[in-house]
Design a binder for this molecule. Structure first.
Ligand SMILES: [Zn+2]
Length: 465
C-alpha cells in the first residue's frame, strides 16, 4: 500500500486516485528567463522518481507541466537584451528541455505554455467576476480573498496570519492580500481582454491549464515548498470558487529547499549554481543519486564533498554491476547450495526497497537497501554462483536503476565504445593499404561488410584504372 504526505492535511495518507487507476499529476514548471539552477534540478528529479515509481506500481499516469513564459522577470530581461519577451522565453524553454534531457528526465507527457492558454485564462477570470469572487479596478482584475473562506487551508494560516502578507501594493484593492488575476499593462506581450489590454497574473495560468487538461479536480499537484503561499493557495481559491468543486487537488506534494554550503542560493550572494555549471563536472546519475539520498521533503545542503561521495557510491555500485555481468559468461547453470542465501538476500533487499518507496517515496532508505544489496552480492558471488542467480541480481539492479534513473550510463560501455571506434579506424587503414596493392576483391568485401553495419565508405572510382 502506497502512502504519501499530503501538505493539505499535513498527514501521511493512503494513496487512492480519484479515478481508479488513472493519475493526473501537475507540477509547476519554471519561469523561463534564465538557465535553470540546482534547486530546479532537485525538484524535477524528485517528481521524475515519484512518477517513475507510480507508473511502475501500475498507475496510468499523465504528467503535465506548465511553462511560465509570460512574467515580469522575462519582460525585464528581454528589455535588457533587446529581445521580444516571448522569443527570449522560448529560447530559455529550449534550454530547459536540454537540461531535462541531461538529467535523464523523460517522464513529462506535456508542457503547457501560459502564452498558449490566454483564451482559457480570460474565460476563467470572466467566470470569477460573474460569480463575484473577482473585481475590476482600472483594467486590473483582483481575486477577492475575503469571499473565499477556505483561504489559508493549504499553508495552514489563520486569517490574522494571512493579514501580515503584503502582496501587491495597489491602494484600490479591497483587501491587502487580494491577488492579481489580470494586470493592465502596455508593451509586449499584451493581449486584448474584456477589461482592456494586459497580461495574466501568475497563479491563474496554472488553474487555466489544469482545468483544460484535467477538469475541475485532479490527483496530484507538485512544486517546491516555497510555492505553497501564495501561489498554490491562490490556485485553490481560483479553481474551487469557479467550479464549486472541492478539493481542486487530492494530494499536494512539495519538495524541500536546496542550500549551497549552508546558505540560501541567491544571485546576490554569488552562490547560484546552474545545471549547466554542474554538468561540466559531474554526470547526471551522480546528481540524481546525490539528491535522492535525501528525502524529497527535507532540505538539502549542496556541498561538493557530498557530491563526490555520491560519485564514489555510484562508482562502487557500477563496479559490482560489472562484476556480476562479467561473471555471467563464466558460470554454470547449475544451482549450488550457496545460491539459496544469495537469492534470499536479493528478496530481502527488494522488499526493503519497495517498502521504503511505498512509504512516502523514501528514496534515502531505498538507496540504502540498494547499497546493502550491492555489498552482499560483492561478498557472496563468485565463479561458483549459478547463472540464474546472477541474472536475478542484475534484474534487481536494473529495476532499482530504472526507478531511480541510475546504471544507464555505464563506464565500461563507454570504454567498449572507444575500443570499437579504434578498431574501425584500424580496419579502414588496413583497407586503404589493400587498395594501394590493388587487392580489390578483399577491399570491396570489407567495404560491403562495413556498409551492412551502417558505416559507409566512399571510394574514388578512378583509382582502379
Ligand atoms: Zn505554478
Amino acid at each position: 500500500m502506497l502512502k504519501v504526505f499530503n501538505t493539505l492535511s499535513r498527514k501521511i495518507e493512503e494513496f487512492q486516485p480519484i479515478n481508479g487507476n488513472r493519475v493526473n499529476l501537475f507540477v509547476c514548471g519554471p519561469t523561463v528567463y534564465d538557465l535553470s539552477h540546482i534547486g530546479h534540478a532537485r525538484t524535477y528529479i524528485a517528481y521524475d522518481i515519484i512518477v517513475r515509481y507510480l507508473r511502475f506500481k501500475g498507475y496510468s499516469l499523465f504528467y503535465l507541466m506548465n511553462i511560465t513564459d509570460v512574467d515580469d522577470k522575462i519582460i525585464k530581461r528581454a528589455r535588457e537584451t533587446n529581445q521580444h519577451p516571448l522569443e527570449l522565453a522560448n529560447n530559455f524553454a529550449q534550454e530547459f528541455y536540454k537540461d531535462l534531457a541531461f538529467l535523464g528526465i523523460k517522464s513529462i507527457n506535456l508542457f503547457a505554455k501560459a502564452s498558449e492558454h490566454i483564451k482559457e485564462i480570460i474565460f476563467q477570470i470572466d467566470e470569477l467576476i460573474k460569480k463575484e469572487y473577482a473585481y475590476v479596478v482600472d483594467g486590473n482584475v483582483y481575486f477577492n480573498v475575503s469571499k473565499f473562506k477556505d483561504y489559508g487551508k493549504l499553508s495552514h494560516q489563520t486569517k490574522n496570519e494571512l493579514k501580515r502578507h503584503r502582496i501587491e501594493p495597489d491602494p484600490k484593492k479591497k483587501n491587502k492580500i487580494d491577488f492579481s488575476l489580470w494586470k493592465s499593462r502596455k508593451g509586449k506581450p499584451v493581449w486584448k481582454s474584456p477589461w482592456g489590454e494586459g497580461r495574466p497574473g501568475w497563479h491563474i495560468e496554472d488553474t487555466a491549464i489544469t482545468l483544460t487538461y484535467f477538469g475541475s479536480q485532479y490527483d496530484v499537484h507538485g512544486g517546491a515548498l516555497e510555492l505553497i503561499f501564495p501561489h498554490h493557495e491562490a490556485e485553490i481559491a481560483q479553481a474551487e470558487s469557479m467550479t464549486g468543486k472541492k478539493p481542486l487537488v487530492k494530494y499536494w506534494i512539495h519538495t524541500g529547499i536546496v542550500n549551497v554550503n549552508g546558505l540560501k542560493m541567491s544571485k546576490s550572494l554569488g552562490n547560484f549554481i546552474t545545471i549547466r555549471d554542474i554538468a561540466k563536472k559531474y554526470n547526471s546519475e551522480i546528481l540524481r543519486l546525490f539528491f535522492a539520498q535525501s528525502h524529497y521533503r527535507s532540505s538539502i545542503d549542496f556541498r561538493e564533498d557530498n557530491l563526490k561521495k555520491a560519485g564514489e557510491t555510484l562508482g562502487n555500485l557500477n563496479r559490482i554491476y560489472k562484476k556480476i555481468y562479467d561473471l555471467l559468461d563464466k558460470v554454470s547453470d547449475d544451482l549450488q547450495s550457496e545460491d539459496e542465501a544469495v537469492i534470499k538476500k536479493i528478496e530481502e533487499y527488494e522488499h526493503k526497497f519497495y517498502s521504503a518507496m511505498d512509504n512516502d517515496f523514501n528514496t534515502p532508505l531505498a538507496i540504502s537497501a540498494l547499497i546493502s544489496l550491492g555489498k552482499e552480492l560483492d561478498k557472496r558471488i563468485n565463479e561458483t554462483t549459478c547463472k540464474g542467480t546472477l541474472r536475478l541480481a542484475l534484474e534487481s539492479f536494473d529495476r532499482f536503476g530504472s526507478l531511480l534513473g541510475l546504471f544507464e550510463y555505464k563506464e565500461w560501455n563507454r570504454f567498449e565504445e572507444k575500443i570499437v571506434n579504434e578498431l574501425i579506424k584500424i580496419i579502414i587503414k588496413l583497407r586503404e593499404y589493400l587498395r594501394k596493392r590493388k587487392e580489390w576483391k578483399i577491399s570491396d568485401e570489407i567495404r560491403d561488410k562495413l556498409n551492412k553495419m551502417g558505416i559507409s565508405l566512399e571510394d574514388n572510382i578512378d583509382e582502379r584504372n
